[in-house]
Design a protein around this ligand. Sequence first.
Ligand SMILES: NC(=O)c1ccc[n+]([C@@H]2O[C@H](COP(=O)([O-])OP(=O)(O)OC[C@H]3O[C@@H](n4cnc5c(N)ncnc54)[C@H](O)[C@@H]3O)[C@@H](O)[C@H]2O)c1
Length: 486
Amino acid sequence: MKKMNRREFFGASALTLSSLLVSSPFVLAEPPKDKLRIALVGCGGRGSFLTTFFPNIPNAELVALCDADSARLAETCKKVPDAKNAGSDMRAVFDDPDVDAVMIATCNHWHVLAAIWAMQAGKNVYLEKPVCLNFCEGEQLVAAAKKYGKLIQIGTQMRSDPVHHPEAKRFLHEEKALGKIKSVRVSRFFARNAIGKRATPLVPPETVDFNMWLGPAPETPIYRNSLHYDWHWDWRTGNGETGNWGAHLLDDCRNDVFFDQIGAPKRVMSVGARIGYDDAGDSPNEFAIFFDTGVIPVVFCISNLPDKANPKTAGACAGPTSGYTVFCEGGRYEKHWGGAVAFDENGEQIREFTATAEHIGPGPHIQNFVDCVLQNAPEKLTAPLKVGIDTATWYNGANTSFRLGEPYSKKDALDLVDDEETFATALDDIEKHLDAQGLKMNADTFRASRFLEYDGTAGIKGEYADAAKKLLTIDYREPFVVPTFN
Ligand SMILES: NC(=O)c1ccc[n+]([C@@H]2O[C@H](COP(=O)([O-])OP(=O)(O)OC[C@H]3O[C@@H](n4cnc5c(N)ncnc54)[C@H](O)[C@@H]3O)[C@@H](O)[C@H]2O)c1
């Protein structure tokens, strides 16, 4: 993609909203039907929740359910009694001629391989976020989608919100109500507990077909307490909070602030630690990331360590605890989970936008997927693979920078970035939060990277290229190997 300077960027952002739908080159081969038959792969917290939307989607039905854990599968089957119990091997679902499309809501390490297998079997795919564990497998998924010509909707459901993204774009870019945008701060401050550190490896529950659960991940011991959900914080199976909530919040930022005109950022650096609990997790629970986009700097700050005095929170945060603040010359726009508020340069509230659960929940998003498949209209998808892959470069690049970090120095970190104020506020939020727990943010506890330079959506180039490549090459467990297409 041609990089834009600030003036070109704002010229582009003045386009009408309808002209900005992301288009896809794929044309579906199958003739449209009037009802889409969908199989759900992964019936955990998310998959089970997704089933509740089907009664309100008249042109789709859930016809089969699959999960590596027979207990979870049986529970979800009770909620959808007309669907087949397809067992623990997703390949049975892919081979089923009564299935037109699949929804994949497994753990993240399965996302790319499951989506590729589904497309190879001729199915269209609704794929939960995050798209991929890293750049390398993301590239293979893009190549596979091109090869098989199938449609993929990424599970960033806020993309189908018909109200609030258009409102934000109109307010910021068409009305230009707060003037020129200077910077963006994205935040996710949410308390999470330690995941345990066992002396002996975890024995999976008897109801789990562990060969299928593990799939492409390496067969190395797991030392956390619970198999389910907490795989998020293990690099073998998850993307940390960056790819969990960051997959939504960074995507919202790319959508509203950048009109998707910025795919991968130019560079990323970060400061982070897993601190305050001694457990078997890998991903940082305190994390400040600086994205150099070439036009508007973006800082993403995560805090997961519970506050001692108020353990339901993860410390105080400048701006929304789950959302973003757009700093403009004439004020600021704060987007949070339930809506948005705009303030003028004196801090006076000048506008309020209210969101509804109906708009931001998965219902409209699944409906959009179903309609696009049935109408053979991939260009109308609200979260096509391209959008998901672009956002994945943000959170996966941030994770790579953390993993390549060195002992932290606040001065060096701030000297590096070209928007010291926004980044310093994020570092201060973390520092104050840790101080209150008696913890220090220093070279012994935190690591910081220099800037990693993006090679578009393909990975990292420049001084970190070799180290990043080594880190991102997954030795897939046979026979669960992500095929190579390019
Ligand atoms: N879009 C959203 O807002 C949203 C919200 C929550 C979760 N998610 C995503 O949904 C996915 C699942 O998250 P979760 O919270 O339900 O996790 P979870 O651990 O509760 O559930 C994952 C399920 O996948 C099953 N599974 C693992 N390997 C499988 C396989 N080979 N075949 C079939 N089933 C398999 C597990 O047994 C488990 O039941 C994650 O990727 C997560 O990021 C998205």
